[in-house]
Structures are given as structure tokens and as C-alpha cells.
Design a protein. Structure first.
Length: 694
């Protein structure tokens, strides 16, 4: 601050990292951003922030930013800087040429959970109204798509049920497959405060995460399950609750489908679901599991928080439905202190799903087969919308390898680094005739691109992000876009270069269109957001102030639906060649693949990605902390430093994936969730051996 001067003005905006959605004051001296300080009146963070958010502005000014558009005929050619007009004309001609030669469905888009609602809305509109197909998908495919499916099936909508304030009323909390201390630090602080006040905690995680035991916080129960056995553990909890008569019959009779409950109760009562019968499979001591079930069912207000350790499995959607079953069984829905709460990894995962990024859903989670919903958009946009769902990201890549999908516009997403089976992603991208990457940096995917369109950072645009509690927060332009244009302007220019006639002059107009077409956003506009600071959807005539708690008087779908959750083992098996199970997570100071956080001033905090291995497994391999190790799976291999620790159980190893050199996705499998294709990142059978280094 001393070097840059004392701030003379400030702009309130929203952090662009995790799904907590903290509000910040970006403080400037003239046009120079001096610092970011957490905003006292931010309803998601109430004046708090974490180390990532405070330094987030660093990457916006990083020298690696690409500020001019570039094109090339072939990916072997060098990039050529061109004007915006030439780049957009080149891209439009290529994409139209592909459609002329190979049909309307031969191209598609990938939207980003990093971008604003307004930008995302326009990208899916580009696919549906300009390309004429539903080939739109989002990076939520690889994280929370099972949340969309599971909560949609059980409750009727794809969203967390509570606001963050709700945690102040909870008495007993299950944290499953999430590590809030590192992944959602500001929410973790609020949770810890409640735990210090006496709320009980049950952690279900293969690893002894910080919440299990940290200063002044100790979990009542830690269930260190074997990766891949979430469904068996959740069903065993339900078995105890049902067989011991601990369920909330009055709630279930009033709020849920009673016949479906009876079928579910019959299913979970089966002795094969008893904790004792599953001890060998899950690795969880049955007495501890029984005790945890009793604690949750009898402890008062019970809340469940979960993360990617639930969703990124071949049974991710099944586990989400199992969690919803647990909440309904115990009557923990519809009041403060309870509920089912997905902790969203990225700033706008919720929003990108809300905005119709999935290939089967128009904005507001309405199926493209629904003619009445299509009619709303068709009459406004003056086009006919394809009634058939489009391709998901993995289907796009398969079709590219087969030669039927040949053009992609990818905004704010590095699929080569973040999607599973890197070799297959590369093969799909290499097979396409036109890959358009719209991003801040020349990312790994850009190695296969023919057009690079420079992106604008969150500091350089107006719009909104929707956080994990459905809170629509304003993103405000702090400085002019260094590349010249906000991302929504670039998408609009591409659409118009392909023959559309879009005339938006500000994201507020895009929000008006969202509100006009999407019932849960019908009451949202920028004036309301200025007045209230933020609102939680649904926000409409029935809920003009927004909706902090969902399913209060009834579920969105009417009666809550119990769904039988049969455990099916993943096809990824350990054996003599690959005896250990690898699972993955994050550290506090880094964010996802690190493209932003590695380019900020707090880089001194960043450690390297390490392989955590239990002392027993390390000793068997002659390893000690700091040694180089080779991790080999059936898909590939990579090299890391070892960290010997009993944070992981014997038979389980763990790493983070923040550095490109780690290449975690070279070793992950191509198995995915049965309902949504969300990749099974959290279970990979591996062998670990000594190495001389990379
Ligand atoms: Fe808040 Fe998440 Fe940003 Fe940290 S990374 S400041 S917790 S939104």
C-alpha cells in the first residue's frame, strides 16, 4: 500500500474463486488497484475472507495475460496476432463452414463456472439460437453435475437448501467428502465457531482432515471410509436410523411420499446394509458408524455439507440421493440449522447450471423436450430450439475422435488440464477443425486451438455470480478490460459474426432477459441487487425478497422422494499391480489447477503437490518424506515428492492437483458417474515406488 499510495476510491465486487462468494472492497488509487479488503456488509462472508481472495487481483495484471486475439490455420503453425474483427470473422467462417459440411450438430460450446451468469447465459444462447443445437456443457460436468441430478430427483431442484447463516442454528453436522478449511475457508470459520459453541460434528472422509481435530474443534465421530464406498456408508447410517426407530415419522408422513418411504425402509433394513456387514468393504468400524447415526438422528437440528468427495465418483448421483434420504429420514429439511448443502468448488458453479449450460436443460432446469418451455425462448429469440438434448463434454470428445464433432467454442475452461483422461481429451481436440479458446492465459487447451480470444478478468466486467447458497451477488467493473472487451461482448460479437443480431449494451439487459424467461429469477434485476446487496433465488412474485431457505412448507417437486440407493462397486479395482487407492483434494492457498493462484503475490505460500502416504505403506516401499516417488495407474504415471503421514489410512494415498507438472489427470481413470458422466476423480488404483525424480 505504501508503494501504491493510499486508496482514494473503492468498488464492491465478488471474489472469483470458491463458491462461498465473499464480497470485497476493491480499493484503488486512481486507476491502480491497491488492495482488496473483505466487505463488512457482504451477506455471504460478513467481513471475512481467506488468503486466496485477498490476493486474487494479482493474476489480472500478470504478464502472462494475452491481450490480443490470435489465429492460426493449423495447430502446428505459430500464432498470428490479428484484430478482433479478423479473429471473429475467421472463427465464424470456420464454424459455419464446419456446419455446412458436417451438419448443424457438428459444433458446440463449453461454458465456464468462472464466468458471470450473464456471460454463461449468452454462451448457451449462442449454441441454441445461433448454432441451432443443444451442444452446450459446463465444467460443472466434472464437479457438481451429480448434485443437479440427485437433488433434482429427490427434492425437485438442483440447489442447496440453506443459506450460510443457517449454520448458526445447527446442532449436529455431517461433513462428507469436503474439506471446508482448505476449500471453503470462510464458511469453515463459521462452522468452527458453531462447533466451538457445542454443535457436534461427524466427518466422513478417507483422510483425517483438519476438522477432525484442530485447535478447539474435535469431531465427535470420524468415519475414515475407503474411497469409493460412500453409498455403502450412507446406506448403513440409514439402516441404523430405520432399524432403531430413530426416523421422524411425522415429517415423512406429512412431507414425503409415504409408499416410497416404505419401499426405501424395506431396502435399508436388510441385514446386508448393517454397519457390521459393511465393515470390511468400507473400512469404517461398525460401532463408530452406529454411534454416528445415533448422534445425527437424535442430536437436534442436523445439517449435511458435502463436496466433490461425494460427487466425483461412479456413484456420485447415488450418494447425493442417499444424503437427501438421510435428511428426509430425520426430518432435517425446511428450517434453519438443517438441510442438504453442496459446497460448490467454483465461484459460479451454481449459476452456470442455473443458466441452462447443460445440454438437456434450458435456463431454470427445464428440459429441452418440454415444448412449453421451448416456446418461451423461441418466441423471444425468433428461432426454433432443437427438442433433443445435445452432447455432454465427454460425448463431444468421443464424437470428435469419430469425426462427427469438429468445432468448439470453449470459454474460461481448460479442459485439457481439468478433465479426465488427458490423452483422450488431446485426441478429441486435435481431431477438430476449429477450436476457439476464450481465456485469460494461453492454457493447455490452447495448444490445440485455432483461435485465441483474450478474456477479461472478474475485475474488468459487470455481471453477477451465484454462490453455493443460491445468492446472486453483483460483480462490478473495477477497471477497464485490459483486452478491450468484456467476455459477454466477445460472445455477442461472435454470434453476430455468425449472422445473429444481438444488441445488448450492458449485462443488466441480459439479466432482464434471464428474468423474463426463467421463473426462479423473475424478480431479479440490477436495481434490486443494488438495493438489497444480494438476493437468493427463487426471487419472484411469490418470493420478492428472495429465498434463504428452500422446501419450507413443501418440496419443490411436491412430496419429497426417497430413492433406493443400491451400492455398486466401481470398476476401478486394486490388485497386486495397483494395490493403493489414490484420492485428491486442495490446499488452502491454491485454487484448482492454479492458473490464477500461481500468478498472484501470495505465491510464497504455495507448496508443491505432494503424495501423502501412510507410514506403513511408506515403510514397505522404503520411502521417507521428501523422496521422489513414481505413481503409476492403468492410465499413466507421474512423479511427486512423498509426504509420510498418518492423515491417510493404510492403503490410501492422496495428492493435490494445483501444479501442471503434477499431471494428476494423466493417471485418473475414465470411469464416471452413471447418471451424469461426472468423472470418478476420487478413486484410482495406483502403485507407488521410489523414483529419481521427473
Ligand atoms: Fe471467500 Fe472463497 Fe474467495 Fe476465500 S476463495 S475469499 S472463501 S470466496
Amino acid at each position: 500500500v505504501a508503494e501504491l499510495g493510499t486508496p482514494d476510491r473503492s468498488v464492491i465486487t465478488t471474489c472469483a474463486y470458491c463458491g462461498v462468494g465473499c464480497s470485497f472492497k476493491a480499493e484503488l488509487n486512481g486507476d491502480e488497484l491497491v488492495r482488496m479488503t473483505p466487505y463488512r456488509h457482504g451477506k455471504a462472508n460478513r467481513g471475512h475472507s481467506c488468503v486466496k481472495g485477498r490476493f486474487a487481483y494479482g493474476y489480472a495484471a500478470h504478464k502472462d495475460r494475452i491481450l490480443n486475439p490470435m489465429i492460426r490455420e493449423r495447430i502446428e503453425d505459430p500464432w498470428r496476432e490479428v484484430s478482433w474483427e479478423e479473429a471473429l470473422s475467421f472463427a465464424a467462417t470456420k464454424m459455419r463452414g464446419i456446419q455446412d459440411a458436417h451438419g448443424k450438430k457438428s459444433i458446440g460450446v463449453i461454458t465456464s463456472s468462472r464466468c458471470t451468469n450473464e456471460e454463461t447465459f449468452l454462451v448457451q444462447k449462442l449454441a441454441r439460437a445461433v448454432f441451432g443445437n443443444n451442444n452446450t456443457d459446463t465444467c460443472a460436468r466434472v464437479c457438481h453435475s451429480p448434485t443437479g441430478y440427485g437433488l433434482g430427483q429427490t427434492f425437485g431442484t438442483s440447489a442447496g437448501t440453506q443459506d450460510f447463516d443457517s449454520v448458526e442454528h445447527t446442532d449436529v453436522v455431517i461433513v462428507i467428502g469436503a474439506n471446508p478449511t482448505d476449500g471453503h475457508p470462510v464458511f469453515a470459520s463459521r462452522l468452527k465457531k458453531r462447533l466451538r459453541q457445542g454443535a457436534k460434528l461427524i466427518v466422513i472422509d478417507p483422510r483425517r482432515i483438519d476438522l477432525v481435530k484442530s485447535p478447539h474443534v474435535q469431531a465427535a465421530h470420524h468415519l475414515p471410509l475407503r474411497p469409493g464406498t460412500n453409498v455403502a456408508v450412507v446406506t448403513a447410517l440409514a439402516h441404523v436410523i430405520v432399524t432403531e426407530g430413530l426416523f421422524d415419522e411425522a415429517f415423512i408422513r406429512e412431507r414425503c411420499d409415504w409408499d416410497e418411504f416404505l419401499a426405501y425402509a424395506e431396502f435399508v433394513k436388510d441385514p446386508r446394509h448393517a454397519p457390521e456387514a459393511n465393515e470390511m468393504l468400507t473400512g469404517v468400524p461398525s460401532a463408530e458408524l452406529r454411534a454416528a447415526a445415533r448422534t445425527f438422528a437424535t442430536g437436534g437440528n442436523g445439517a449435511i455439507y458435502y463436496g466433490l468427495g461425494v460427487t466425483e465418483h461412479s456413484q456420485g448421483s447415488t450418494t447425493v440421493m442417499g444424503i437427501a434420504n438421510l435428511a428426509m429420514l430425520t426430518g432435517n429439511i425446511g428450517r434453519p440449522g438443517v438441510g442438504v448443502n453442496p459446497l460448490r468448488g467454483q465461484n459460479n458453479v451454481q449459476g452456470s447450471c442455473d443458466m441452462g449450460s447443460f445440454p438437456h436443460e434450458l435456463p431454470g432446469y427445464r428440459h429441452v423436450k418440454n415444448a412449453d418451455v421451448r416456446e418461451i425462448f423461441e418466441s423471444l429469440w425468433g428461432v426454433e430450439i432443437d427438442p433433443e438434448p445435445g452432447l455432454r463434454i465427454p460425448n463431444m470428445l468421443d464424437a470428435a475422435v469419430d469425426g462427427t464433432f469438429r468445432g468448439l467454442y470453449c470459454q474460461g475452461e481448460d479442459i485439457l488440464q481439468s478433465d479426465p483422461d488427458t490423452k483422450h481429451v488431446a485426441a478429441g481436440l486435435a481431431a477438430m477443425d476449429c477450436v476457439i479458446v476464450h481465456d485469460l492465459f494461453l492454457n493447455e487447451t490452447a495448444n490445440y486451438a485455432h483461435v485465441f480470444l483474450p478474456g477479461s478478468s472478474f475485475l474488468e466486467k459487470d455481471g453477477t455470480f451465484t454462490n453455493a447458497e443460491r445468492r446472486i451477488n453483483r460483480v462490478r467493473k473495477v477497471m477497464a478490460p485490459r483486452n478491450g472487451y468484456e467476455d459477454w461482448e466477445v460472445t455477442q460479437a461472435l454470434a453476430n459474426a455468425m449472422g445473429a443480431e444481438w444488441h445488448y449494451t450492458h449485462p443488466a439487459q441480459i439479466m432482464e432477459e434471464i428474468a423474463e424467461t426463467t421463473p426462479s429469477f423473475a424478480g431479479v434485476d440490477y436495481a434490486l441487487l443494488e438495493e438489497k446487496g444480494s438476493v437468493q433465488w427463487p426471487c419472484n412474485a411469490a418470493h420478492p425478497e428472495g429465498t434463504p431457505l428452500m422446501h419450507v412448507d413443501g418440496f419443490v417437486r411436491g412430496k419429497g422422494r426417497f430413492i433406493v440407493t443400491e451400492y455398486v462397486a466401481t470398476d476401478e479395482k486394486t490388485g497386486p499391480r495397483f494395490p493403493l487407492l489414490l484420492t485428491t483434494g486442495r490446499i488452502l492457498s491454491q485454487y484448482n489447477v492454479g492458473a490464477q493462484t500461481r500468478r498472484t503475490a501470495n505465491v510464497v505460500w504455495h507448496g508443491q503437490d505432494e503424495l501423502e502416504i501412510h507410514p506403513h505403506d511408506a515403510e514397505n516401499r522404503g520411502l521417507k518424506t521428501g523422496d521422489w516417488v513414481k505413481i503409476a495407474s492403468r492410465s499413466g504415471e507421474t512423479t511427486l515428492r512423498a509426504l509420510v503421514t498418518d492423515r491417510v489410512s493404510p492403503g490410501v494415498v492422496y495428492t493435490t492437483f494445483h501444479h501442471p507438472d503434477t499431471q494428476a489427470n494423466v493417471i485418473t481413470t475414465d470411469y464416471s458417474d452413471w447418471a451424469t458422466n461426472c468423472p470418478e476423480y476420487k478413486v484410482t488404483a495406483v502403485q507407488v515406488s521410489q523414483s529419481n525424480g521427473p
